[in-house]
Design a protein. Structure first.
Length: 231
């Protein structure tokens, strides 16, 4: 056994670690939340990871995103993250899909082979599509809710979508999931009231963000995925 993961193996045991190694996960979104999910899953020894994102790194990503630095501006987020994963674990089989997932192209994504689906995207219709498809396949899924306009990572919670409050995204999701007769969805959300900020016309509608709330949400999601996979 390589020393690379030896401390984690000591924590969970070899049988559970081997189960993790053989798990196949897909992460939609390589931003402030998703990048930290992927980093943590890689450091736990998972050896089959698919990452999906169409974006390239922008300077405004640097304050919160794992992939973002001065040297990566303009580069593909999934390609930067793939290199990062392989630097952590060269044995990992990484599939980088540089596409935007939407209901209009959902059939291009075969989700049937995955042990866990992680939704770290912002688009509501895309989130709903993922949840609906995962539910039909009985594949575990966890969704990130709003991490923008927040300052307190201690207000993050894990629960069912129908337990959520405060978060405007959660309200929309609850309404739409009821219409689809989807009765449960594991989410990570914040009970912190969104901070109201004044922005100029150019930036209006763009969420404000910190380095520590999205990253904390990503690490919590990774923790939930790991715990579920080794049950």
């Amino acid at each position: 056994m390589s020393k690379r993961f030896s401390r984690f193996v000591s924590l969970i045991g070899e049988d559970k670690f081997n189960k993790l190694k053989s798990s196949n996960v897909i992460v939609f979104g390589v931003g402030g939340v998703g990048g930290h999910v992927i980093d943590a899953l890689s450091r736990c020894g998972i050896e089959k990871i698919t990452i999906v994102d169409s974006d390239k790194v922008e300077e405004s990503n640097i304050n919160r995103q794992m992939v973002a630095s001065s040297s990566t501006i303009g580069k593909s987020k999934v390609q930067i993250m793939k290199e990062h994963i392989l630097d952590i674990n060269p044995n990992c089989v990484v599939t980088a899909i540089e596409k935007l997932y939407l209901p209009s192209n959902e059939e291009e994504f075969d989700l049937s082979s995955y042990d866990y689906i992680i939704d770290a995207i912002d688009n509501v219709s895309a989130k709903l599509s993922l949840v609906e498809r995962a539910t039909k396949m009985n594949t575990p899924i966890i969704s990130a809710l709003g991490a923008g306009n927040k300052l307190d990572p201690t207000k993050l919670r894990v629960g069912d979508i129908y337990e959520t409050s405060v978060d405007p995204l959660a309200k929309i999701m609850r309404h739409e999931l009821r219409k689809r007769n989807i009765k449960k969805l594991k989410v990570v959300y914040s009970i912190e009231e969104p901070i109201k900020v004044r922005l100029n016309e150019e930036k209006r509608g763009t969420p404000c963000s910190s380095s520590f709330v999205p990253s904390s949400m990503g690490l919590i999601i990774a923790s939930e995925v790991i715990k579920d996979l080794i049950k």
